[in-house]
Design a protein around this ligand. Structure first.
Ligand code: UT7
Length: 307
């Protein structure tokens, strides 16, 4: 059994900070940021809470698959590392807002691997026959935990929320997840503090582990690379995506990107990209996708999903 995307939604902050705005805050330039990361702008949320953003993305995702009733959602998982409230969970508040009264709900924290880990978790429940439909949301207000005086990290991050409604389908799935807690120090955020990152180490880890993860999923699924329509990677840095494409020997056109517009939105980056592609008609029924996330933990994972 695998997952089929039947609806998507997003919540995108209206406030936009371009690279020139950051150049007023730290010693950097539009040219450096574009060249080293591919990022031109990021959206910043100043008013709504993460919960409000998650609810908006969830409502849009539910509207996009109107044939599915909210009561048919069996699970709601919200991934976030930057949410205001400790309790109740964001996922329970989403449940109340959309009236998904039969869903069990929990929040999951796996940083930039969050969306893939949440999807894989749903697949496990689907394979156990526990649920048929799930709503997965990635929501981040990274601007609240970014050190806006640290040019080596602040140029990367942005805010946003993305959601996907997943339906269990009979096709065989394939997934992988891994962690290396012994290397956790390369990307940390102590309580009440800001993100601290060794960018080069994260970069090296990503370009090595992501192709391995994707190859593992392709092998498990016995899927030829030619049969993959798109690789949906966590949007961290354009050079990471390009390097993964090269190592896999796949054309860069199969790696859609939107980090130019949003920067790195951690667990929201994959569902934001899915929503963009889904709404623009680039994911026709039957599309075959491999998603891959990586980040703090260290954690990484990949999974097959269809449309
Ligand atoms: O979501 C998962 C978590 N994060 C990631 O995936 C991040 C992965 N890493 C990266 O994306 C990159 O490592 C960065 C974009 C963070 C940094 O790019 P880099 O090419 O690795 O730069 P670097 O750290 O090697 O620095 C190169 C130079 C240094 O100057 P010197 O020592 O060569 O004179 C830095 O001080 O660039 C300097 N530098 C900057 N210059 C202008 C670092 N940040 C900036 C900046 N503007 N913002």
């Amino acid at each position: 059994m695998t997952g089929r995307i039947i609806g998507t939604g997003a919540c995108i902050p209206t406030l936009v900070w371009d690279n020139n705005k950051l150049a007023e805050m730290v010693e950097t330039s539009d040219e450096w940021i574009r060249e080293r990361t591919g990022i031109a702008r990021r959206h910043i949320e100043k008013e709504r809470t993460a919960t409000e953003m998650a609810i908006e993305a969830a409502q849009k995702a539910m509207e996009s698959c109107a044939e599915l009733k909210a009561e048919e959602i069996g699970a709601i998982i919200v991934c976030s590392i930057a949410q205001e409230e400790v309790l109740p969970s964001v996922s329970c508040q989403v449940q109340a807002a959309i009236g998904a009264e039969n869903a069990f709900c929990f929040d999951l924290k796996a940083a930039c691997s969050g969306f893939v880990f949440a999807y894989n978790t749903c697949l496990a429940y689907m394979n156990m026959g526990l649920i048929k439909n799930a709503l997965i949301i990635g929501v981040e207000k990274l601007s609240t935990i970014t050190d806006w005086t640290d040019r080596s990290s602040c140029i990367l991050f942005g805010d946003g929320a993305g959601a996907a409604v997943i339906n269990a389908c009979e096709e065989e799935g394939a997934m992988m997840m891994k962690c290396d807690g012994s290397r956790g120090e390369v990307l940390t955020c102590p309580a009440g503090s800001t993100l601290l990152m060794n960018g080069q180490e994260v970069f090296k880890f990503a370009v090595r582990s992501v192709p391995e993860a994707i190859n593992e999923v392709l092998a498990k699924k016995m899927l030829a690379k030619e049969d993959v329509d798109y690789y949906i990677l966590h949007q961290a840095n354009r050079r990471i995506v390009e390097s993964v494409a090269k190592r896999l020997g796949e054309p860069i056109e199969k790696f859609p990107m939107n980090l130019e517009e949003y920067g790195n939105t951690s667990s929201a980056s994959i569902p934001l990209l899915l929503d963009e592609l889904y709404r623009s008609g680039k994911l026709p029924k039957g599309s075959r996708l491999i998603m891959a996330g990586f980040g703090a933990g260290l954690s990484w994972g990949a999974s097959y999903v269809t449309v």
